[in-house]
Design a protein around this ligand. Structure first.
Ligand SMILES: NC(=O)c1ccc[n+]([C@@H]2O[C@H](COP(=O)([O-])OP(=O)(O)OC[C@H]3O[C@@H](n4cnc5c(N)ncnc54)[C@H](O)[C@@H]3O)[C@@H](O)[C@H]2O)c1
Length: 363
């Protein structure tokens, strides 16, 4: 399938490299950007046949699917235009900044008989697929609780345009929440309710990238969230999302079951080795047995092919494979994730738990 890319910024490089490296039945045929010079530069760098303005890409009859890699505030508007142009769309996360927008795009795709997909696709990677199989095979017994912590010092150390991360639609929850919630929902099914509190640790941030070193940015959105997420199947997740903390030893994702603990790899990455601690190890240690593994946790092999840790494009390939079987991706998980995120904002603002209104296929 010939595809187009809308938005030639930081992440477009990863998409283009990985799709050209891994998915031979996808051809990146055209790239576009409001800054046409960025599109021209990208086309030249990666040998892409066509480049142009957003309007030219929407009018390109050969591109059947467009990957939307624009900033989050643009996602709904551009997804709508892509669908109205009669093309399938795959959007970077977050799918939308409100549940209403997410539902509008989902139903527009259905009305037009087009497919709509959304990042992240990391949960399709070898590490999270292995974790899913380990849980389903009973390695930790019945899952009870989750501890997840997306904690860092913000994006101003590496992103050339960090402003959007500190405006509405930015912050750690919209930016990184989709990786963690997509993984959680993929493992345990839909979320029932959320309860949260939010803070802004700093009123302004200092840019550290070379070109703009020392510039200050105002912070106009919360940058720290403490949340309790209750899954419909009863699993209780305690999750923190923060751009305010320089260093932490909290686990990125740990899952506690009746028979043991699973230390999952970073949900932001597609590859990585899961580790298991089985409850009987504790009994062996209590009765004088010797701990055989490093820190008690045993690394288990990834059961699926690891094509790299920081990779993109599996979700696009998945959509196109489904289309070849007459199935249309409908962004069910992405819409539910937007519901989770916006409900956390509502809970933090009201101080009250929030029930979700959307669901996905129950597990
Ligand atoms: N940077 C990352 O590491 C990363 C990782 C995963 C996901 N993402 C997601 O990818 C998306 C893009 O992020 P980025 O870091 O590449 O941003 P970026 O700011 O580097 O690039 C965005 C590009 O979109 C272009 N653009 C803006 N409005 C447009 C419009 N109306 N039509 C066409 N082009 C337009 C901009 O000119 C810019 O070149 C975001 O949703 C982000 O959450 C980024």
């Amino acid at each position: 399938m010939k595809i187009g890319i809308m938005g030639c910024g930081v992440i477009s490089n990863q998409y283009i490299k990985d799709i050209q490296r891994l998915y031979k039945d996808l051809e990146i045929y055209m790239v576009a950007d409001v800054k046409t010079e960025a599109a021209e530069h990208t086309a030249e760098e990666y040998g892409i046949p066509l480049w142009g303005s957003p309007e030219q890409l929407l009018a390109c009859s050969e591109a059947e699917l467009i990957i939307n890699l624009t900033p989050p505030v643009m996602h709904t508007d551009i997804n709508r235009k892509i669908l109205q142009a009669g093309k399938h769309v795959y959007c970077e996360k977050p799918f939308a900044l409100s549940l209403e927008d997410a539902l509008e795009i989902q139903s527009l795709a259905k009305e037009r008989n087009l497919a709509v997909g959304c990042a992240p696709d990391t949960f399709l990677g070898s590490s999270m697929s292995t974790c899913k199989k380990l849980i389903e095979d009973g390695w930790i017994g019945k899952p009870l609780y989750v501890s997840a912590n997306m904690i860092n010092a913000g994006v101003e150390t590496w992103h050339p345009r960090p402003e959007a991360f500190y405006e509405k639609g930015g912050g750690p929850l919209f930016d990184m929440g989709p990786y963690y919630f997509s993984a959680l929902v993929n493992l345990f099914g839909p979320v029932r309710s959320v309860y949260a509190a939010a803070r802004k640790g700093f009123e302004e941030r200092t840019i550290y990238t070379k070109e703009r070193f020392g510039n200050k940015i105002a912070v106009n959105t919360p940058t720290h969230f403490s949340t309790i997420v209750e899954m419909k199947n009863g699993v209780l997740a305690n999750m923190n999302f923060s751009f305010d903390i320089a260093k932490s030893t909290m686990p990125m994702l740990e899952i506690y079951g009746t028979d043991g603990t699973l230390e999952a790899p970073d949900p932001n990455m597609a590859g990585g080795t899961p580790k298991i601690y089985r409850r009987e190890q504790m009994l062996a240690e209590c009765f004088g047995g010797k701990d055989q593994c490093d820190g008690g946790f045993c690394s288990l092999p990834e059961l699926y092919q690891d094509v790299g840790s920081f990779v993109r494009g599996a979700g696009v390939q998945d959509m196109v494979t489904k289309l070849s079987k007459d199935q249309k991706e409908d962004a069910q998980i992405a819409v539910h994730v937007v519901d989770i995120i916006t409900s956390i904002f509502k809970s933090a603002e009201s101080g009250m738990p929030q029930e979700l209104v959307t669901t996905i296929g129950e597990k």
